[in-house]
Write a protein that binds this ligand. Structure first.
Ligand code: SF4
Length: 265
């Protein structure tokens, strides 16, 4: 196994592991935004740049995607690496100045703001990391969103920037968005979930017992398709009509137990 020397801490990692994984094993913090175990490596935000020592010289590499194939010496806390990462963060802050998540990470990096002007309203609040696009395509298989436009006009959007019929309102894009720009908005009046800012909407299932809103109808349909070979179809349909709380109550009643005696999922 190759050895990585990170700021003087030596760790062994399996060949092919990334510098980021090695740093985590060594207990060295490297900021990241576009890294998620849920999808393939994006290496787009450039916040995880580190200095790689090479024959008396050094080069900056994205630690999330640089594979360790032999012994390496890496500097995470060198003045150059810290300066470059802070510069990247200032550019990201200019794109997404209101993001609480970004401000928190910036503060951890010793930054309170950015000297750069914020981008125009249409590009605002998205750092173009691509995690949402990857999650929608790789994890969900919906491919409801993608990159549109070029250069400074580049944005993440649904086709024709209109609500996408392919969107199942699963919320995966919102879950992975590192700056909190993508949100799932629940419209109680219409019983729908809206994926903002893409404007896609889907009806939500309501618990047949208490009326609580649950997953979207297309997500429930996908779940049913996936599990029908493993579980009795009618039984699954019956259970999926109830929210977790009501399912617990039903199970407790069936077993003659108090409600608190069945653990929350
Ligand atoms: S909510 Fe829609 S756009 Fe977001 S990941 Fe799910 S299917 Fe894709």
């Amino acid at each position: 196994m190759p050895t990585v020397n990170i700021d003087g801490i030596r760790v062994q990692v399996p060949e092919g592991a990334t510098i980021l994984e090695a740093a985590r094993r060594a207990g060295v913090w490297i900021p990241t935004l576009c890294h998620s175990p849920a999808v393939s490596e994006q290496a787009t935000c450039r916040l995880c740049l580190v200095e790689l020592e090479r024959k008396g010289d050094s080069q900056l590499v994205a630690s999330c995607s640089y594979p360790v194939r032999r012994d390496l010496a890496v500097r995470v806390g060198s003045p150059k690496a810290v300066r470059v990462r802070r510069g990247v963060m200032q550019l990201l802050l200019a794109r997404s100045p209101e993001s609480a998540e970004l401000k928190e990470l910036a503060a951890r990096m010793g930054l309170a703001g950015t000297p750069y002007p914020t981008v125009t309203e249409s590009q605002r609040n998205c750092i173009l990391c691509g995690l949402c696009v990857a999650a929608c395509e790789e994890a969900i298989g919906a491919s409801a969103i993608g990159f549109a436009g070029r250069g400074v006009e580049r944005v993440v959007a649904a086709p024709f920037r209109a609500p996408s019929e392919a969107c199942i309102a699963c919320g995966a894009c919102a879950a992975v968005c590192p700056v909190g720009t993508i949100q799932v908005r629940i419209h109680e009046d219409s019983g729908e979930a809206e994926i903002s800012p893409f404007k896609s909407r889907s009806k939500l299932l309501a618990c047949e017992s208490c009326g609580a809103r649950m997953v979207s109808v297309p997500v429930a349909a996908q779940m049913m398709k996936k599990v029908q070979t493993k579980m009795d179809w009618e039984e699954f349909r019956k259970r999926s009509r109830l929210c977790p709380d009501c399912r617990r109550k039903l199970a407790a009643a069936a077993l003659g137990l108090g409600q608190g005696e069945i653990r929350k999922e």
